[in-house]
Write a protein that binds this ligand. Structure first.
Ligand code: ATP
Ligand code: MG
Length: 214
């Protein structure tokens, strides 16, 4: 299930698992810093980056395998980071509730699951499919993101338990990185060196953005 995963020696020791979903088109330092901070704050054993196959809320730019490789290159910097192709191998649209339910079935009740998301994604939670089903299998962790506020009020009882973790504000987005690459502007220190090399070697993000881009 994981590129570095089920055969990993400490797999059996996992009791608290964080999952970070996204398009990772490309993965950047904002994602990595959030993952590291949340892992530390909530004492998670592992963070799994879960690239989405066909995000239902946005157009995608790079093919899934490129996004997966870039995510794996970045995740290799932390031994507690892993990458899963679970969503890439599923047919059709993937909803977080389905992914987390699959992980719940795989790991069983002894492993506590956390789904991590930024304030921009959290603001759209009321449009999520079967959010009350997600409550059965996972808790949410919301982090701030420049330009978006994290609500501190109560959430509906039917929603998953929600944690809020303070992280340094990192104003990097994949949208801005793609724009920079198209314009020939630098992306140094915004993605890992390996990801920057991969983008260059594979000629990613040089053409026009799709017209239906969100
Ligand atoms: P895009 O601009 O293409 O939407 P993105 O930078 O938002 O890309 P995603 O792959 O959409 O990256 O994000 C995956 C998850 O990471 C989301 O929950 C998002 O809120 C969170 N996230 C991404 N960048 C940051 C950041 N700089 N700070 C906090 N959270 C972030
Ligand atoms: Mg986004």
């Amino acid at each position: 299930m994981f590129t570095r995963g089920m055969d990993h020696p400490d797999e059996a020791a996992i009791t608290r698992l964080g999952v970070m979903g996204g398009t990772f088109d490309p993965i950047h330092l904002g994602h990595l810093i959030v993952a590291s901070e949340v892992r530390h704050a909530l004492e998670l054993d592992r963070i799994v980056f879960m690239p989405a196959a066909r995000p239902w809320q946005k157009a995608i730019y790079s093919n899934a395998e490129h996004r997966l490789v870039m995510t794996a290159l970045a995740a290799a910097h932390n031994k507690r980071f892993a990458v899963s192709r679970l969503e890439l191998d599923r047919e059709g649209a993937t909803y977080t509730v389905e992914t987390m339910t699959a992980l719940r079935e795989f790991y069983g009740p002894a492993v506590k699951l956390f789904f991590i998301l930024g304030a921009d994604a959290a603001a759209k939670l009321d449009s999520w499919v079967r959010i009350e089903g997600l409550r059965e299998v996972a808790e949410l962790v919301v982090v701030g993101r420049p330009g978006h506020t994290v609500g501190d009020g109560p959430t509906p009882d039917s929603w998953p338990v929600m944690h809020r973790v303070d992280v340094p504000a990192i104003d990097i987005s994949s949208t801005d990185l793609r724009r920079r690459l198209r314009r020939g502007e630098p992306i140094d220190f915004m993605v890992t060196d390996e990801v920057a090399s991969y983008i260059r070697e594979n000629g990613l993000y040089v053409g026009e953005e799709p017209v239906d881009a969100a």
